[in-house]
Design a protein around this ligand. Structure first.
Ligand SMILES: Nc1ncnc2c1ncn2[C@@H]1O[C@H](COP(=O)(O)OP(=O)(O)O)[C@@H](O)[C@H]1O
Ligand SMILES: [Mg+2]
Length: 345
């Protein structure tokens, strides 16, 4: 496990002597980062730094001006290098990535961060390799939970062998992009095949999003299922956490099978017989984390405690809670937005 450096270097060391842990949260414009920052700022020992590629990212303005920083996109070739340099300049001890495109590059650069004492709140690269490939994920989990029949959409797929509808979706997709529901064998046969796509049994039932908290060695401490009540333009605007031992066990089993650490989000949906079956795993904090925190499991704070090697409870329960969500506003001097450009260098 990577543990943040001891008081050994420049201002970072100074801040640890102050008892402060400087935590940089990426993707500050997204709901996951905002939920994480709301949780972590309640901890007096934490000093937050908000990072994003866009000066208009709302979460930047939840922290003081000196704690806002612009970084490249996760897919940029210099992403990890620039982030590491920035972390050293700002005396960061822990990075919390919340953007999908950042996860793999960061996991592969973990050692470069570790040698200067910076910890990443991020699953091991080996777990990410499985989780971010929806075919590999199904294969990995098939022996521990129910998984829908899933095949690469290559020449070997026999449309006559499937029951319809089926789902065709990107093997490494996110954000519900490129998902097609296919109603018949003729329709499937007419689609262009590609090794970047998978075919999957359609799961017709209720969908759950299960937030899972695991310690640094992958031991699962909490599994909190959420049901979506209302979705507006793809964004969950109403939902509730539910006690369902079968779904809770499901989230736990998938997390353990993949070796995910800290916070992950397991998605499943009931099949035609009402049995939960695996959709996918998001190996990072989800945008709906606020509900899980309100349900009594403060995953960002607990995950940070796990990374810092502090003791955690072996298991945590939650109380059923509902949420309604809305957009909120901060009014700023326009110069605040423009001046942040300066932190690019
Ligand atoms: N096999 C399936 N059966 C039914 N619905 C599906 C299936 N696969 C995906 N979906 C629907 O599409 C949404 C997005 O799919 P998902 O696999 O989670 O990909 P993404 O990474 O884009 O979120 C799911 O939340 C679900 O509503
Ligand atoms: Mg999904």
């Amino acid at each position: 496990m990577t543990t943040p450096r001891q008081a050994s270097r420049g201002d970072a060391g100074d801040s640890r002597r102050d008892g402060k842990v400087r935590v940089l949260v990426t993707g500050a414009g997204g709901p996951a980062a905002i939920a994480a920052m709301k949780s972590l700022r309640a901890d007096e020992s934490v000093e937050l730094i908000a990072a994003d590629m866009d000066p208009w990212a709302s979460g930047l303005y939840l922290v003081p001006a000196g704690a806002r920083t612009l970084i490249p996109a996760g897919a940029a070739p210099d992403f990890t290098e620039v982030l590491l340099t920035r972390c050293l300049t700002l005396g960061v001890h822990v990075v919390v990535p919340t953007v999908d495109s950042e996860l793999r590059p960061l996991a592969h650069a973990r050692e470069a961060f570790a040698v200067v004492g910076i910890g990443l709140l991020l699953a091991p690269a080996a777990a990410l390799d499985v989780i971010l490939d929806k075919l590999a994920l199904v294969q990995r989990c098939a022996s521990v939970v129910r998984t829908p029949r899933t095949e690469l959409f290559g020449p070997a797929v026999d449309p006559a062998s499937w029951e319809y509808p089926v789902i065709v979706k990107p093997r490494t997709g996110s954000g519900s992009r490129g998902i097609i529901t296919v109603g018949s064998a003729a329709q499937l046969a007419a689609l262009d095949r590609s090794p970047t796509l998978i075919v999957q049994d359609f799961l017709p039932g209720e969908e759950y999003s299960v937030d899972v908290l695991a310690d640094a060695s992958g031991h699962v401490i909490a599994s909190v299922p959420r049901l979506r009540a209302r979705v507006d333009s793809g964004v969950s605007v109403g939902g509730r956490t539910v006690h369902d031992p079968e779904v809770e066990r499901f989230g736990r089993a998938v997390a353990e099978a993949t070796g995910v650490t800290y916070v992950a989000n397991v998605q499943c949906r009931r099949d035609a017989y009402g049995r939960p079956a695996l959709l996918e795993v998001n190996p990072r904090m989800p945008g709906t984390l606020g509900l899980t925190i309100a349900s009594g499991v403060d995953m960002p704070r607990l995950a940070l405690a796990a990374l810092l090697g502090r003791p955690l409870p072996a298991e945590l329960d939650f109380r059923e809670t509902a949420v309604v969500r809305f957009l909120d506003e901060r009014f700023l001097d326009p110069a605040d937005i423009l001046s942040i450009e300066l932190t690019r260098s």
